[in-house]
Design a protein around this ligand. Sequence first.
Ligand code: ATP
Length: 313
Amino acid sequence: MDTTSERRDTRLGLLPENPLETEPTPSRITLSSVRDTEHEGPAVPCVEIANFNAWYGDFQAIHDLSLIIPHNRVTAFIGPSGCGKSTLLKWINRMNDVVPSARAEGKLILKAIPAEEQGEESASNHRDQSVDTDVLAHSTDVVAMRRRVGIVFQKPNPFPKSIYQNVAFGPRLHLNTSRQDLDELVEWSLRKAALWDEVKDRLHQSALGLSGGQQQRLCIARAIAVGPEVLLMDEPCSALDPASTDRIENLIYELREQYTIVIVTHSMQQASRVSDQTAFFFQGKLIESGTTEQIFTTPKNSQTEDYVTGKFG
Ligand SMILES: Nc1ncnc2c1ncn2[C@@H]1O[C@H](COP(=O)(O)OP(=O)(O)OP(=O)(O)O)[C@@H](O)[C@H]1O
């Protein structure tokens, strides 16, 4: 077991090496399988959502939703199929712009990062982190905003290019990076995504030759190469085998030190393993949010309790 796994196992107490191999049904989740919330003290808001409503044509997919996503923590969106998790995730970086029938109203703000929270280590220092960004505003520069908010999808989607070109694609587009700096940035990103050792001797081979789990880590490397603050992950492990799932979960645990992560997941075990905060959605409404420990051990709402204990969903 590698160091990361050991560290995470210590925190969580009882994680299996390959989580899905022993994935219990939700009703088997017990207090002991929920980890303690490590972060203490008040959270710094990273994304502020208030009175948010979203539609596809006449169909309202999200109703009057308010939620704070804290800076440099992992927030899990859980809830039954069709409850609006992906819709909200996609609005956070305006992915729904490509859906003609999609529209949204309300407050969706990418918060300025306080100076003391701006880390020194970064892929690039091009961002203006000192101002709030109104994500929904027509005047918002969506391309610039998406550099601050990266997204990783359910199915790994590398470009049909080399491993190097996949990671270098964003920086080449957005940053004025010299060849040497680009080489360093590609290595930095691949190391961050825990992929470097596996690909350092085949950087110029096709990314499509990687395994599914490697492709997903490559997509994470590609996302972090442009220096985002937020990483959105829409069921990032659902197309992966148990070993790859374990690696991605370890990676999320490592990346949380430096990024705000939002993960949509159908796995209660995964939410309890990787997240600090959990938000439970049902029929387009946010039913309850809180620390992951609280949501899984002492939910306030009976629908939340029924869902996390597997009575429906
Ligand atoms: N492009 C679209 N056009 C029309 N309706 C859509 C579109 N995308 C999603 N919806 C509808 O919006 C609602 C919320 O969908 P969404 O994908 O956000 O749910 P979800 O909670 O992420 O579901 P799942 O867990 O199955 O991925 C659903 O009723 C869905 O059918």
